[in-house]
Design a protein around this ligand. Sequence first.
Ligand SMILES: [Zn+2]
Length: 496
Amino acid sequence: MLSKQKNTDSGVRAAGLLGFAVCAVLVALSAAASTAAPSDPRVEKAYRFQQGGWTYVHLEGSPSDIGFQHGYLLAPEIADAFAAIQLFDTRETQRDWEFFRTTAREMLWPHIDPEYQQELQGIADGVKAQGVNLDVYDIVALNAFEEVPDYYVPWLNKKNKSEKPGKSPKLVAPGNCSAFIATGSYTKDHQIVIAHNNWTSYLAGERWVVIFDIVPQHGSRILMDGFPGVITSDDDFGVNGEGILITETTITQFEGWDPNGKPEFMRSRKALQYAKSIDDYVRIIKEGNNGGYANDWLIGDRKTGEIAYLELGLKHTPLWRTKDGYFASSNFARDPKLIRDETSGFDVNDASSSMNARHNRWEELMTQSKGKIDVEMAEQFLSDHFDSFDKVGGSTVKNQPNERSLCGHVDVSPRGVKEWEWGPYNPGGAVQGKATDSRMAAKMSFVARAGHPCGADFLAADFLEKHPEYSWQKPLLRDMKAGPWTTFVAGQKGGE
Ligand SMILES: [Zn+2]
């Protein structure tokens, strides 16, 4: 999501205003930080530190305390991430921020469980204590940044078509990520290996660098990557204390929304917090399905060695599972019924598309690597630059990253990704990667790399000079420099 290119004057004005707004927020924040009370009892158990380009936060306690700690410790990151999301959401949908707040208040909030209402309110209280002027509906709208602009708004536009003919922007469900999960004879130690890289706009992705270590009052401990101010991982990579490992990739061109459903950001968080088995995970994430941010879910249970693949549509929710095999995922839907009934015509036969080209590359890698897959190899897969469609050109093609490589670099592709409405040279692609296996998951641990998983740096000024059509992002687009592969573990107290 977050990368529709439109060059309207109003968008440029909005960017300028938002740039000003975020400066004002940050000035207020630094003024408040110097006078903040040093020891609020609610944050006693919480802490943060930086490592390898990531911000690690430990949160512990009641829902309200976890939220407060999150808001309090990450207030500068939340103010900054909020500005980026606000810029994108309003520009992409051509609706003002009040629309998103109203949606949060009237449609999403009543369908959020009390536990997570308390946590979201806690985040709003925490940022406020640091002088950031956001309320709970801003925070809820931020949490819904994957599902409202690209699922609810297209559904609403379609519904209202007779009222506003021809005025709605073209919005399509995005495709984010390359991922696999493997077990049994496919892996080196016959246990589970899981890996994921997040594909999104660089504007959002360069901010998607939080490691959350959460010890909730109820349910199990969670270690996951995440986005500032959001209660779920949202690109969805995590492990829990019950031995469940999860990730996902988005279903390209999905269409569907249920206004009476529960927000996806809550269902995905709840599933990771409460699942003790694959069956639990599937049951919880399906309960109250609103169709938002429809994903293919890769789920593993290290206690049994079993893995599963849930294609979570609104009408169709097929589930595959095995104790000996793999599931690869790269934004393609696999169920013919779901493709027919719930996508706007996803073409499984177009081998040149980003999703199918990556699908083919995954199949090659899994077959070639059978019996050898481990975390180190997973890191290489996430960094892979092979273009499985445009093989002509020999070795020069092999190292040419673009929109078809598992490590995506759409900013260098003259084609963009038409299925996501990503124009030529859209500044998006693989923005970070994570991997783990059963052994590491038993210790609540995974490896992660901030920035392109291959280690390449994205330099904003160079890019904007070559592609001024994206200058509306200039106020908030930063360099995205790759960090090292870094091991994180639940309960760790500091970096290095
Ligand atoms: Zn790369």
